[in-house]
Design a protein around this ligand. Structure first.
Ligand code: SF4
Length: 762
């Protein structure tokens, strides 16, 4: 066996999230990147009314009272530390560090270098970025765009940090230029939720508000780890528990944040008092969720048939839904033993959950990537909807759907029209308002964009934020795709791997961060965002920008549009006088934004209309739809494992804050694979042995080298690894049906002993 020579430390996984360790960790991260004074200035404003919206996840802020000292979580503090760091990347840095040297660093090391302070250009065949003026950067980009044979040879990516104002202008520019090639990070996260919810409930967003958590009876949490990914959700769960709710968690791994919570905003929490969160924890096999849901529903149906109306909400079903008879017939035909074999949950445990659900009328279902990144993700989410419809648990207080979004404005960007498949109504509105003909053909999503760049059909890649290479699957394939481009352009705050695996020419355009003041002629501007529950609210940075050469994202879009578009019918200069003009145009084009400029100035913002919340279903049938799906077992050979990629606790999407995963007990290391101890024994792997991971999808060998085996409480033949390190194994062509989201949570791998403990960096 190859024993690792690395500095890894492994402890027992934690059973309680947050508490004092979270406060200490927050302070450490803040103080490692900035002064106490600067940190305090930001944190006291973070998530406050009229303050700075956290650039982390999209969990909502309370509508009413907010803690004056800390309306944020540990990972919010880490996000701030990372974004508002005082470290700067000067020209000296770029002249001393070649791209070929920088690319050897890990994502963590690259991210720790600091903020980019001026536009940078990498000429053809050069190995060092050099400074370029903004004027020349726009000119170069415009020249590349204008020499393409067809606008569809360009791709315009968006990450979920982009504000509503920037996103609206960006899609407007891209469509005025002539393409709908607008992939975004949604394609890789909640696209499956959007598709499933649109078809069943008529709106591709969740239906619940934060207050619903406080009056619900049951919260189902599926494939989600809020302790790391949406930590303030734990306060909502705590309050729900206090009000009598039962929490049922369904997840392959026991996560500290689903077990117990010590609230760091309360003295009792800091002193160690904890709230037990999950009353029942079903450790389902990876992707066994649909089978489990169907098993639950089948048992409920058996009881309902003994005494009609005792379990299901028959009035709701009759008045508001479509397809009940065929659905129930389908459920009757299912074989309980098959469902149990697929989900791996014993019948007794399922019966316990059935008993709880049967007697309750207000249920909230929450989920995240653990559900959305499977081939059958859309159908699994529809099965959640089936359960809620049977119980009449949509369209009323204390009940509904809650797909928890990962990035702070990913939902808002889609609302603003960042979508490769825009509706005709939206395009008509653009046409009427701006007097140009937007393209009608659908564009490329993320997966199709990568394929188009790989084959040479796309030649220019422009990214509004994000770290595309580290966020996407099949790393080696995607790297080649980016390298094939004539030009890659990234609007960024900090250096990342996507700047170092680049097109023939490359640009980095540095922008203001969420925490930065944005002034036009001395007048402060604000932007707005939409959280996971459809609340639109403002965000105002309060720091002096780290450099006077940074531009806001709206300014970058407008200047690029002016440099690129001849005879544009759009008055781009107007937007740079005041962002109210952008919001006026949003109001004119997108329903729900009436009196936008007035209502966005309300301290708590305003809710967008939501049919499902109001018990109105704008679907093809005019009702909420039941759907029929078949749960299928993942076929694995005896020597194969199912791998899901996960985040560590020191991580937000592709940003790596540190090398620890405190809750899971892993320190100083990220190249680890969590395995069931019985599987380890069966295959002769020892604790902390170094192994290589292989995937052979489509006849291509994909290898991720030098992972350390960690024995862990996870179902047999299931494994977990951190992304982006394991993204190299995720086949680009293995995607969810209908949503085309890469199936990063069900990657078939083989695990082989490693011959050496090579330190791999990418
Ligand atoms: S829960 Fe999400 S939005 Fe709130 S502070 Fe934490 S990371 Fe930021």
């Amino acid at each position: 066996m190859t024993k690792n020579k690395r500095n890894i430390r492994v402890t027992k996984p934690k059973e309680t999230a947050a508490g004092t360790p979270a406060v200490i960790s927050s302070a450490k991260h803040i103080l490692s990147e900035m002064s106490l004074q600067k940190g305090t200035k930001i944190l006291l404003n973070l998530n406050q009314k009229e303050g700075i919206d956290c650039p982390g996840c999209a969990w909502p802020d309370p509508d009413d009272e907010r803690s004056r000292i800390g309306e944020y979580c540990e990972n919010g503090a880490k996000a701030i530390a990372e974004e508002a760091t005082s470290k700067k990347l000067t020209l000296d840095f770029f002249s001393k560090n070649s791209v070929s040297d920088l690319v050897k660093l890990t994502d963590y090391e690259i991210g720790k270098k600091g903020r980019i302070t001026q536009p940078m250009y990498l000429p053809k065949n050069a190995d060092f970025y050099r400074e370029i003026s903004w004027k020349d950067a726009f000119k170069l980009t415009a020249e590349h765009l204008n020499k393409l044979d067809n606008p569809d040879e360009a791709i315009f990516y968006t990450s979920g940090r982009t504000s509503n104002e920037a996103a609206f202008l960006y899609q407007l520019f891209v469509r005025a230029y002539g393409t709908n090639n607008m992939p975004d990070c949604s394609n890789m996260c909640h696209e499956s939720s959007g598709v499933a919810l649109s078809e069943t409930l008529g709106i591709g967003k969740g239906s619940v508000k934060l207050e619903d958590f406080y009056e619900t009876e049951v919260i189902l949490i599926l494939g989600q780890n809020p302790g790391t990914n949406h930590p303030r959700m734990l306060s909502a769960l705590q309050k729900a528990k206090k009000n009598g709710a039962t929490i049922i968690s369904i997840n392959p791994i026991l996560e500290a944040g689903l077990l117990n919570f010590s609230n760091p905003q309360k003295l009792s929490g800091l002193l160690g008092a904890k709230t037990k969160l999950s009353d029942h924890y079903l450790q389902v096999k990876i992707n066994g969720d649909m089978a489990l849901l169907q098993a639950i529903i089948k048992l409920m149906l058996e009881e309902e048939e003994k005494k009609p109306g005792s379990i299901f909400d028959l009035d709701f079903i009759k008045e508001k839904t479509h397809g009940i008879d065929a659905y129930l017939e389908h459920i009757r035909q299912l074989n309980m033993d098959d469902l149990i074999a697929i989900c791996g949950i014993p019948l007794e445990q399922i019966k316990t959950v059935v008993k709880i659900l049967s007697s309750r009328k207000k249920i909230i279902a929450c989920w995240a990537m653990g559900l959305t990144q499977h081939k059958n993700a859309v159908d699994t989410i529809k099965e959640i909807v089936n359960l809620l419809l049977l119980k009449g648990s949509v369209g009323k207080a204390g009940a509904g759907t809650c797909p928890v979004r990962g990035h702070s404005n990913v939902q808002g960007d889609r609302t603003m029209g960042i979508y490769e498949k825009p509706s005709n109504i939206f395009l008509d509105n653009l046409e009427n308002e701006f007097n140009f003909q937007p393209p009608r053909d659908h564009g490329y999503d993320t997966v199709k964009s990568i394929e188009a760049m790989y084959t040479g059909e796309a030649k220019v890649f422009f990214a509004m934020g994000g770290n595309f290479l580290s966020a996407t699957p099949d790393t080696n394939y995607t790297a080649k795709a980016l390298e094939n481009c004539d030009l890659t352009v990234h609007v960024s705050t900090k250096l990342n791997r996507s700047h170092l695996i680049h097109g023939k020419e490359a640009l980095i355009l540095p922008c203001l961060a969420r925490t930065d003041k944005d002034l036009i002629n001395g007048n402060p501007q604000f932007v707005s965002v939409e959280n996971s529950m459809g609340v639109i609210h403002s965000s105002r940075g309060n720091l002096n920008p780290i450099s006077d050469k940074l531009l806001s994202e709206p300014k970058i879009v407008c200047e690029l549009a002016k440099a690129t578009l001849n005879d544009s019918t759009i008055d781009w200069d107007k937007y740079l006088e005041d962002y109210d003009h952008i919001r006026d145009n949003i109001e004119a084009c997108i329903p729900g934004f009436e009196q936008y400029n007035k209502r966005v100035r309300l301290p708590e913002g305003f809710y967008l209309p939501n049919g499902a919340r109001d018990n109105n279903y704008f679907t093809a049938t005019g009702s909420a739809n039941f759907s029929i799906s078949k749960a299928e077992a993942q076929q694995l050979q005896a020597y194969e494992f199912l791998m899901m990629t996960i985040r560590s606790h020191d991580q937000f999407n592709t940003t790596i804050y540190g090398l620890n995963d405190r809750y899971r007990g892993i320190y100083n290391e990220r190249r680890v694979i969590f395995m069931n101890p019985r599987d380890m024994g069966k295959f002769g792997f020892e604790k902390q042995e170094v192994v290589d991971l292989y995937n052979y999808h489509g006849g291509t060998e994909r290898v991720a080298e030098a992972f350390i085996v960690i024995p862990y409480n996870i179902p047999q033949q299931c494994t977990a690894t951190y992304f982006p390190e394991a993204n190299v194994l995720v086949p680009l062509k293995s995607t969810a049906k209908k949503s085309n989201t890469p199936a990063s949570k069900s990657v078939v791998i083989q695990i082989k002993k490693s011959i050496s403990d090579t330190k791999i960096t990418s």
